[in-house]
Design a protein around this ligand. Structure first.
Ligand SMILES: Nc1ccn([C@@H]2O[C@H](COP(=O)(O)OP(=O)(O)OP(=O)(O)O)[C@@H](O)[C@H]2O)c(=O)n1
Ligand SMILES: C[C@](O)(CO)[C@H](O)COP(=O)(O)O
Length: 242
């Protein structure tokens, strides 16, 4: 199987976290979130080529946290999607083929499981469209009425949480993001842009502990997940969600 390109958007400012620095530079067990995330990706894809999207004025980053030998820093954009587009242009500038496989993974998801990464890669390598790690919705879903009360209970059958990585061919992903930009749509993930082309990305069941650190309480949770994974006490649970 060919080596993938990895795009790691890490140019966010962590507004919802509200910390004294972007959340990718908060530490878990003495290591930054960014270092944890890159280490998981490296364990699965040691030969991959990495594009790391960082804010141009980032003064927290330390290159010692990057375990990849083939990596480049790319300027982030105003939104996540703009950071990803900048990375794709950097990949094109290096002469990558339209068929090159690109996996995009949020820096804010340090608990991603190495076997999930391998499984996603196997699926998207063999799929003409590509796909994403995802987890079925487990709770009863309510829609509000805009005034703090329940308007309805939604049918959760067939609903999934979109996780990352999301993996697509370079050509498809560039076309999809260019179309979203032309249509004035700010997509929050790659798959939704690809869907808007009329294509159907594969849903690859992944562990639900691949959480995105977003709000303050998520940090402690991520620390506990990493510790539990390291001690081997967390069952994989994959079979349940397939
Ligand atoms: N302009 C941006 C915005 C976000 N991201 C990245 O996209 C991922 C998902 O975004 P999110 O969780 O929203 O991160 P933040 O933008 O940092 O958080 P917030 O929205 O709360 O400010 C993160 O890895 C973040 O660093 C990025 O590379 N460039
Ligand atoms: C890409 C993503 O992680 C999928 O869940 C997510 O859409 C990005 O974060 P946001 O909070 O929706 O901006």
């Amino acid at each position: 199987m060919p080596t993938p390109w990895l795009v790691v958007p890490a140019a966010g400012c962590g507004r919802r976290m509200g910390a004294d620095r972007p959340k990718q530079y908060l530490t878990l067990g003495g290591r930054t979130v960014l270092a944890h995330t890159l280490s998981r990706l490296h364990a699965a894809f040691p030969e991959a080529r990495l594009c790391l999207c960082l804010d141009a004025e980032d003064d927290h980053f330390d290159p010692a946290w990057v375990p990849f030998s083939d990596w480049r820093r790319v300027d982030g954009g105003a939104e996540r999607v703009d950071s990803v587009v900048n990375a794709l242009e950097a990949i094109v500038a290096e002469g990558a083929d339209e068929q090159a496989l690109v996996l995009v993974h949020d820096v804010a998801r340090p608990c991603v499981d190495v076997s999930d990464l391998a499984r996603l890669f196997a699926v998207v390598s063999d799929d003409p469209v590509g796909g994403l790690l995802a987890a079925p919705v487990a709770d009863t879903m309510k829609r509000d009425d805009g005034a703090g009360q329940v308007a309805s209970t939604e049918d959760r059958a067939g609903l999934w949480h979109a996780l990352t990585p999301q993996g697509f061919r370079l050509g498809v992903l560039r076309r999809a993001l260019a179309r979203a930009h032309a249509d004035g749509v700010v997509v929050t993930d790659e798959a939704s842009a690809v869907e808007a082309l009329g294509l159907s990305p594969r849903l690859v069941p992944g562990r639900r502990d691949n959480l995105k650190i977003t709000h303050p309480e998520d940090l402690a949770l991520a620390g506990q997940i990493l510790a539990a994974q390291a001690s081997g006490v967390v069952p994989t649970g994959h079979e349940e969600c397939r």
